[in-house]
Ligand binder design. Structure first.
Ligand SMILES: Nc1ncnc2c1ncn2[C@@H]1O[C@H](COP(=O)(O)OP(=O)(O)OP(=O)(O)O)[C@@H](O)[C@H]1O
Ligand SMILES: [Mg+2]
Length: 475
């Protein structure tokens, strides 16, 4: 029945609110009833004492019975209050004065009071009592009794009886006010509850809508964040997650597009050359030239696939780093020798500046090999003919820094941030025939990040670039 969070919140709140309001009203009503009865009693006692003074005059015969009735009428502030003045003469108690307003047992002949009934009053006490006063009334009354004093001594008792109904009438008015206030606050509370519950549940249901849309492939929608509380925080994190999913999806798309593009162009040209050879469109020397180009293309494809495999391997974290202590200077020397052919072809002058002969680092040697090969490859590829490459290593505060600097074409400032992206090449034409795939630096960056180290580049257009990366030094 209450499947949604909203209805569950509403129902819970409503129940809590109703319980609170009802108990509060009940407590308030009973406290009020007690209060009204107590004040009525006090009022009646005060009035009875006043009547006592007038009765003394009447007893001495100074005032008439009519005067007494007039006074009684003026004294009682409650409608229908009966007044009895009882005298005790010897063993008998006699009703000496009686004032009965309309309706309340006017014609009733008061049965003689037994001594016990008024003993308490005769002892000088004040009595208060709710009931029918020994069945003398047909409806419940509030009775107060005070000792009747004449000339300073107790001669009997004065009783004031007010029907409970009269007192209830006052209470009913107050009750009505209480319930009106309760109803008003209940309505107000319901409105507030509705608003709060909506505020809590709306972002949640929105999130579930949006996540369903994301699951079906629409990454554009976001949740409206309207509060700063926990739900707001959740909505914020949800949106951040949607952002990164969208980014990831974008990356995946461009990646697939790039890979297909990179595969298609060499395949197309290879097909053209091989077709030409088969169709005998080329003469024999040309045939060899085109076959060589086709062979180069297959090598390029091979390199591309190897790089892609490397990248996915590093990203998947399947092959954790194999950290060893080794001499980075020795490693660099060996790699320069391995690249000698390319270096000589461009007549490049390689200068080495090592701070000390040996420089021990803590890293994965194979991965760092890949980093140096890629950077060295770029430094050769993007260098000018007869240019210079400077390789420097130095130690500082527990780190070893490696710098590979060239005097090549440099990188435009606005492109520097992009060179680490996969397949990114500043201008494909710049490196002439030695086309790369644009994966080298993204692999380099991934490897350095895996080592929790940094790599950065200083470059100015037409002057050259310097790539510097850090490694953990081994003591
Ligand atoms: N030393 C450099 N001098 C000038 N530009 C560079 C240098 N190193 C990198 N770049 C620029 O950054 C781009 C990205 O380099 P990256 O090594 O990722 O790709 P690539 O060398 O073109 O291809 P690959 O390394 O996959 O063979 C290069 O295409 C080039 O435009
Ligand atoms: Mg490269």
């Amino acid at each position: 029945m209450f499947r949604s969070l909203f209805s569950r919140l509403m129902v819970t709140y409503l129940i809590i609110m109703l319980i609170t309001l009802i108990t509060l009203s009940l407590f308030l009503s009973s406290a009020l009833q007690r209060y009204v009865i107590r004040t009525t009693e006090e009022e009646l006692i005060r009035e009875a004492k006043e009547l006592n003074r007038h009765y003394e005059l009447y007893d001495r015969g100074w005032v008439s019975r009519e005067y007494m009735e007039l006074i009684s009428d003026g004294i009682t502030s409650y409608e229908n209050t009966s007044i009895w003045v009882v005298r005790v003469v010897g063993d008998i108690s006699l009703l000496q004065f009686q004032y009965n307003p309309n309706g309340l047992d006017n014609e009733m002949e008061i049965t003689p009071f037994s001594k016990e009934e008024i003993t308490n009053v005769l002892r000088g006490n004040i009595i208060k009592n709710i009931g029918k006063f020994g069945e003398r009334f047909s409806v419940p009354v509030l009775t107060v009794g005070i000792p009747l004093k004449i000339g300073g001594s107790i001669k009997g008792a004065i009783f004031f009886h007010t029907p409970i109904e009269e007192i209830d009438l006052i209470l009913y008015d107050i009750y009505a006010d209480i319930w009106k206030a309760t109803l008003f606050s209940a309505v107000l509370a319901v409105v507030l509850l509705y608003w709060t519950s909506r505020r809590i549940s709306k972002p949640l249901s929105q999130m579930s809508d949006v996540s369903r849309e994301i699951a079906s492939g629409n990454y554009k929608r976001r949740v409206n964040v309207s509060s700063r509380d926990e739900t707001g925080q959740l909505a914020l994190s949800f949106n951040a997650m949607a952002d990164s999913l969208e980014r990831l999806e974008d990356m995946r798309r461009t990646f697939v597009a790039n890979v297909s593009h990179e595969l298609r162009s060499p395949l197309t040209s290879m097909r053209g050359y091989i077709q030409g050879v088969l169709d005998k469109t080329f003469d024999p020397e040309e045939q060899e030239k085109y076959l060589t180009i086709a062979l180069e293309e297959t090598q390029r494809l091979n390199k591309l696939i190897n790089e892609l495999l490397d990248l996915s391997q590093i990203e998947s974290g399947q092959f954790p780093l194999n950290i060893k202590v080794f001499d980075i200077n020795e490693q660099i020397r060996r790699l320069i020798i391995a690249q000698e052919e390319k270096i000589n072809a461009k007549e490049i002058d390689v200068e080495i500046d090592f701070q000390s002969n040996k420089c021990m680092v803590k890293a994965d040697p194979d991965r760092i090999n890949q980093v140096i090969i890629n950077l060295l490859d770029n430094a050769i590829k993007f260098n000018r003919h007869r240019g210079k490459i400077l390789i420097k290593t130095w130690k500082n505060r527990g780190k070893v820094y490696v710098k590979i600097q060239d005097q090549g074409i440099g990188i435009p400032k606005e492109e520097i941030a992009n060179i680490w992206d996969r397949f990114y090449q500043v201008e494909k034409s710049r490196s002439g025939r030695e086309r790369g795939t644009g994966l080298g630096l993204s692999i380099v960056k991934k490897i350095i990040e895996e080592h929790h180290e940094n790599i950065w580049v200083n470059s100015s257009l037409d002057e050259g670039s310097a790539f510097i990366f850090s490694l953990e030094a081994s003591a």
